[in-house]
Write a protein that binds this ligand. Structure first.
Ligand SMILES: Nc1ncnc2c1ncn2[C@@H]1O[C@H](COP(=O)(O)OP(=O)(O)OP(=O)(O)O)[C@@H](O)[C@H]1O
Ligand SMILES: [Mg+2]
Length: 236
């Protein structure tokens, strides 16, 4: 299977010489061309899981196998823009000069709604705008696998909805694999082909979402699934 596979992965952090288990026995397929959403409460291990998949962190147990994954991009939970570069230069930062397709970059900047700000510096942007620039940078890199850690949480409701739609459009067009972290059940239901519920470092449940389902949060099917996920997460 193309994509990334985690087999019996366990991760510990050492805090004051004590080993604290953060992820336990994670078995998970992140299939190519799909959006896999990791959903869970604060502190359950979502960022840690993403960092392991990205190769940014070591782990003590198990194995992570990648098949036909060449270019990985990562959208961090906080924006990590270079303050001395303009928005446009930040977005093309990971690319060699000859790799830059200026027209395509303009399209990506437009998609995230920053066309009026491409010459601005990060300090001149709001939190949500910085986050949109980070998302644009990830897509400018032409990734075949993209990891996104709560990328829309700094955005207002309307911009968030719009970015979710744009993400689905890009995904449809590029077919890139996406590993997306959120603590929003609605967002998971809107975006996910597969939803993985993480609780205290353990996979509690997994849901495969039908391919041609309607992403309508008010439909009976969706309300039922949301209720089930709320039960899993013990949201009353
Ligand atoms: N570098 C570290 N050293 C020690 N413990 C850590 C470290 N990074 C994370 N942890 C612990 O691992 C657990 C999971 O952290 P993680 O950042 O993966 O959570 P999260 O699900 O992303 O939370 P949030 O939704 O708040 O971003 C937490 O208990 C955290 O305290
Ligand atoms: Mg996190």
């Amino acid at each position: 299977m193309d994509g990334i596979k985690l087999v019996n992965v366990g991760k510990y952090y050492t805090v004051k010489r004590e080993q604290v288990k953060v992820l336990e026995d994670i078995n998970l397929d992140l299939p190519a061309n799909k959006i896999t959403v990791i959903l869970g409460r604060s502190g359950c291990g979502k960022t840690t899981l993403l960092r392991l998949v990205a190769g940014l962190e070591t782990f003590e147990q198990g194995e992570i196998q990648a098949t036909h994954v060449k270019r990985k991009a990562y959208v961090f939970q906080e924006d990590r823009l270079m303050p001395w570069l303009t928005v446009r230069k930040n977005i093309t930062f990971g690319l060699k000069d000859k790799e830059i397709d200026h027209e395509k970059i303009s399209g990506i900047i437009q998609m995230v709604g920053l066309e009026q700000f491409e010459a601005a510096y990060p300090v001149q942007l709001s939190g949500g705008m910085k986050q949109r620039a980070s998302i644009a940078r990830a897509f400018a890199y032409n990734p075949d696998f993209i990891m996104m850690d709560e990328p829309f949480s700094a955005l207002d409701y309307f911009t968030r909805e719009q970015m979710q739609k744009e993400l689905l459009k890009i995904h449809h067009k590029t077919k890139c694999s996406i590993l997306f972290v959120t603590h929003s059940i609605d967002e998971a239901l809107i975006l996910g082909d597969k939803i993985v519920i993480l609780e205290k470092g353990i996979i509690k449940s997994e849901y495969e979402i039908e391919k041609d389902h309607e992403r309508d949060l008010l439909s009976d099917k969706f309300v039922a699934l949301k209720k089930q996920i709320m039960d899993d997460l013990k949201v009353v």
